[in-house]
Design a protein around this ligand. Structure first.
Ligand code: NDP
Length: 601
């Protein structure tokens, strides 16, 4: 069976008008008035979902000492900040981490099959400095986690870290220009500077499905995988599920990776789908040693920039990474370039055609891999490629050919109800022993809630209050009223799919600002009101430019769950010129050396 729509005089093997209409219908059936409010935060009775299955409890005496820089969060952004500070000669650092190890997202997300979709040679930071070459083109979680540990060792950051520690409150002390950090260990740590390295998707969320609190079976969120219950490890082998009926809610990037393993071992697996992901070819392969040995110094940055430029829509002579991401974006750019002499409408139409073509390929891949045509139809995504995060996997779709796996497609409506015995969808109850929530992470909720920490700035004003109508920063890094507090992780910045590129650039930026403060003897660094207002204006302008595209998308966290007009969206808006231009802008600002837009006192 093919999904090809009727040819027309344009020579296309699909009908653009029919696809546009189909996309609109699929979006409309998913739009809901509660938008982002449909999710439940893991607070109160749901906070047990945040418990760390690997942590038995770390005890130590409270700390009341002072450091030059406290870094909250020790995923790649925190580790890179620590590394850059070390390179500037900053010795007095404290790294603070809720988990029991470095790694951030790679510490928490240890579900079976966990892997990074971005090529390892550009994703794992500082490979040349670390003299490390990843084993495969796409690294699995354990190798990435080990790289985090290696960074910690290489930059001597283990001596500065407090694991098992959560900062729940921090106060700016105006009297002596220090931050005071309050933690779950009754610490009162003091710091001249604080770097927030909390990651963009760090706080898991649950769907607000009626009866969710009544389920009497076992349940957990993918970011706290319970191997005691399932058996096995990140490589799979979940043998304890062999007599269990398991349900997975969610079919995003996480579900795509863990479902093949659950399907392989569970007595029966029900996958509850609201919106199918687009699943392209993975094509992983071991690193070619000959190629690795042939690389010249500087190769990694060169490769990172080559990828970054292609995904930012800039034509490059060579595509070094050459994978699903660059393939999509090269095609879009080529068509856009081809139409460049045309009107903006013609360019937009050319891009839309390239997108239709790509998604037609994705949909026909479903037909090739799925035996049952009804199941195949349900697994086809009908939206533009970047409405949701593209996924890449070779075993996910074939999992639905297994006799012990059932796709429960909810036609965009989601699960109806959860009962003590299981899940109700489409009016039918599915009895389950175990329910796994692959329902993602908080996006667009209050920053302090995501940080799990209230920040009291100058005059005791909380950041929640200050940002209640939207984030406000200068360069996405500093915010007036919160002196010496530096943000990393993407808010109001230039964002690329390769997040570690952003962290690497931001780490150099925040380390530079801290170093300027320490070496000049300034005790307070804060953006001017004008600089911050201007940056927010730039961010909002570009957010509104993208609003039309986002409006047409099926709901998801990229478009504020179908409500792009409710604010600048993901990250409080992103820089319209794209990541590469943003990095150049930051570098030019540092090179100028005038700290323009900042007040030092
Ligand atoms: P997502 O937010 O992408 O997915 C959540 C899933 O839960 C969606 O399929 C969503 O459906 C579904 N869902 C929510 N509520 C309901 C409901 N009431 N009934 C049924 N289904 C529901 O979370 P993930 O953890 O999958 O991924 C988060 C991000 O993490 C990714 O976008 C990516 O950036 C990153 N990531 C990267 C990986 C990689 O490199 N391979 C791997 C894993 C994660 P709907 O789509 O309809 O909203």
């Amino acid at each position: 069976m093919t999904d090809t729509l009727s040819s027309d005089a344009t020579g296309l093997d699909f009908d653009p008008d029919a696809l546009r209409e189909k996309y609109r219908q699929e979006r409309d059936k998913r739009l809901r008035s509660d938008g982002n409010d449909q999710y439940i935060a893991m607070d109160g009775e749901y906070s047990r979902y945040l418990d760390d299955p690997a942590q038995t409890g770390i005890t130590r005496e409270p700390l009341t000492d002072e450091v030059d820089v406290a870094i909250i969060g020790t995923g790649f952004s925190g580790l890179l900040a620590g590394a850059r500070l070390r390179q500037f000669g900053v010795e007095s650092i404290r790294m603070i981490e809720t988990g029991a190890e470095f790694g951030g997202t790679w510490y928490w997300n240890q579900y079976p099959g966990v892997q990074c979709d971005i090529e390892s040679y550009i994703y794992l930071p500082l490979l040349e400095e670390m003299e490390y070459m990843p084993k495969e083109k796409y690294s699995y979680g354990p190798e990435i986690l080990e790289h985090c540990r290696a960074l910690g060792r290489h930059f001597d950051l283990y001596r500065d870290v407090c694991f098992g520690t959560r900062v729940h409150e921090m106060h700016w002390d105006d009297a002596d220009d220090r931050w005071v950090l309050h933690t779950n260990h009754n610490d009162r740590m003091r710091a001249r500077f604080v770097i927030m390295a909390i990651g963009p998707l760090s706080r898991p969320k649950l769907p607000g499905i009626a009866g969710i609190d009544t389920f009497e079976g076992h349940s957990f969120h993918t970011s706290r995988w319970d191997y005691d219950y399932t058996g096995g490890d990140t490589n799979g082998g979940l043998t304890k599920l062999s007599d269990k009926v398991v349900g997975v809610i969610g079919t995003g990037a996480t579900a795509v990776q863990c479902i093949p393993h659950v399907g392989e071992t569970a007595q029966h697996l029900y996958v509850f789908q609201r919106t199918p992901s687009s699943i392209d070819v993975r094509g992983n392969r071991p690193t070619d040693q000959e190629w690795a040995e042939s690389l010249e110094p500087g190769w990694q940055q060169n490769r990172i920039e080559n990828f970054g430029n292609i995904v930012a829509g800039s034509m490059q002579e060579e595509d070094l990474v050459s994978d699903g991401w660059t393939d999509i974006l090269r095609n879009l750019t080529a068509l856009g370039e081809g139409a460049r002499l045309g009107t903006p409408e013609e360019i937009a139409e050319a891009m839309e055609m390239a997108d239709f073509q790509k998604m037609e390929q994705i949909r026909s891949r479903v037909d090739e891999l799925i035996a049952d045509p009804n199941v195949a139809d349900a697994l086809k995504p009908y939206y533009r490629q970047f409405c949701k995060r593209p996924c890449f996997h070779d075993d996910y779709l074939p999992t639905f050919n297994r006799d012990n796996v059932t796709l429960v497609d909810t036609d965009g409506q989601g699960v109806e109800r959860i009962t003590p015995r299981g899940v109700v969808a489409g009016g039918q109850e599915y009895e389950l022993d175990c329910l796994i929530f692959a329902t993602g992470f908080e996006v667009g909720t209050d920053y302090s809630h995501r940080a799990n920490c209230e920040i009291y700035g100058r005059g005791g004003v909380t950041l929640s209050e200050r940002w209640k109508d939207g984030m406000s920063t200068f360069h996405g890094v500093v915010s007036r009223g919160y002196p010496n507090l530096l943000h990393m992780g993407g808010i109001q910045s230039g964002v690329s799919p390769n997040f570690t590129e952003l962290y690497n650039e931001q780490s150099q930026h925040v380390a530079y600002i801290v170093e300027q403060g320490l070496s000049s003897g300034a005790t307070v660094i804060e953006p001017t009101e004008e600089a911050e207002t201007e940056w927010v204006r730039i961010i909002f302008e570009s957010a509104y430019r993208r609003a039309g595209f986002l409006e047409s998308c099926t709901p998801g966290y990229y478009n504020n769950e179908g409500k792009p007009d409710d604010g600048p969206g993901w990250f409080g808006g992103t820089y319209g010129g794209g990541a590469q231009e943003f990095f150049k802008l930051l570098k030019a600002w540092r090179d100028e050396g005038a700290l323009e837009g900042l007040e030092l006192s």
